[in-house]
Design a protein around this ligand. Structure first.
Ligand SMILES: Nc1ncnc2c1ncn2[C@@H]1O[C@H](COP(=O)(O)OP(=O)(O)OP(=O)(O)O)[C@@H](O)[C@H]1O
Ligand SMILES: [Mg+2]
Length: 234
C-alpha cells in the first residue's frame, strides 16, 4: 500500500541502488512489491530480466507523465508496497510521482553537489505540498559512505542537513561491492554467495537496517484512504 519514491535532482546519487535494496528486503519479508522504473537507464528493468528475481517483485517500465499518477495509485491498491525509482532531474514524472508518495527518500552522497541536488527535491516537495494541500513525508538517506572513515565532505553534508532540520536516516548505505553485484548477477542479497562476495554479511545487515528505518516511516497518508474508498465505490 505505501508509495515510497527515491528522488535526487542530481544523477548518480544512489537512488536506483537504494530502491532495489529496499524492494528486495521487503520481498524477503514476504511482502509484495511493485517497482516503477522511471529511470531512463532502466537498471531495475534490466535487473528484472536477470535470473533470481523474487516472485514477490513486479517491475513496471512503461511510464508516461500523464499516466504515472494513476498507475502508481492503482498499483498501491494491489501491492503491499510501491517503490518508485526516479530520474536524476526535475520533470513532470518526478513531480507527479512525488505528489502521490507517502514517503520520499532523497539519497545523498557525501558531497556538496549531491546535497544541492537533494535540496532541489526538498524545495520541489515544499511546492507540491502547497498544491496537494497535505504534507509529503520525506527523509534523506546518506549513500556510498565509507565503512571505515567519515570524510570531511560527508560531515559537511550532515551539518548542512541538520541546520535545515531535515530527517536523516540513522543508517547510511555503505559502499559495498555486493550492491553493485545485484545489477550484474540479479536476485537479492539473500541469494548471493558469501564465498564470492566480500563482506556480504555486513552488506545484508546494512540493507536490513536501512529498510527497517524506511518502513517505519512509510504510512499511507489519509487522503489515499479516500482514493481507496472512491475506487471501491466506482
Ligand atoms: N552503496 C553502494 N555501493 C556500491 N556501489 C554503489 C552504491 N550506491 C551506488 N553505487 C554505484 O554508483 C553508481 C550510481 O548509483 P545509482 O545508479 O544507484 O544512482 P542513481 O542515483 O540511480 O543514478 P541516476 O541518477 O543515473 O539514475 C552505480 O554504478 C552503482 O552501482
Ligand atoms: Mg537511477
Amino acid at each position: 500500500m505505501p508509495v515510497i519514491s527515491f528522488a535526487n535532482a542530481k544523477g548518480g546519487a544512489g537512488k536506483t541502488t537504494a530502491a532495489l535494496l529496499l524492494a528486495t528486503e521487503v520481498a524477503d519479508r514476504g511482502k509484495s512489491v511493485t517497482i516503477f522504473d522511471a529511470d531512463p537507464q532502466k537498471w531495475i528493468s534490466h535487473w528484472a530480466d536477470l535470473p533470481g528475481r523474487p516472485a514477490k517483485i513486479d517491475v513496471v517500465s512503461q511510464i508516461t507523465p500523464a499516466s504515472i499518477t494513476e498507475q502508481i495509485l492503482d498499483a498501491s491498491e494491489k501491492a503491499d508496497y510501491v517503490i518508485v525509482d526516479l530520474e536524476g532531474t526535475e520533470n513532470l514524472v518526478v513531480a507527479n510521482a512525488l505528489s502521490v508518495s507517502d514517503l520520499v527518500v532523497v539519497p545523498i552522497q557525501g558531497s556538496s553537489m549531491d546535497a544541492r541536488g537533494g535540496a532541489k527535491i526538498l524545495t520541489l516537495i515544499a511546492k507540491l505540498e502547497k498544491i496537494v494541500k497535505h504534507d509529503i513525508r520525506h527523509c534523506v538517506a546518506l549513500t556510498r559512505t565509507n565503512a571505515a572513515v567519515t570524510t570531511r565532505a560527508l560531515k559537511a553534508v550532515q551539518e548542512f542537513l541538520a541546520v535545515k532540520g531535515i530527517d536523516v536516516l540513522m543508517t547510511p548505505i555503505v559502499e559495498r561491492a555486493a550492491y553493485r553485484d545485484l545489477f550484474e548477477f540479479g536476485g537479492g542479497l539473500k541469494s548471493q554467495d558469501p564465498k564470492t562476495i566480500t563482506n556480504l554479511d555486513k552488506a545484508r545487515e546494512n540493507a536490513a537496517m536501512f529498510a527497517a528505518e524506511i518502513l517505519e516511516r512509510a504510512e499511507v497518508q489519509p487522503r489515499r484512504k479516500w482514493y481507496q474508498v472512491f475506487k471501491k465505490a466506482s
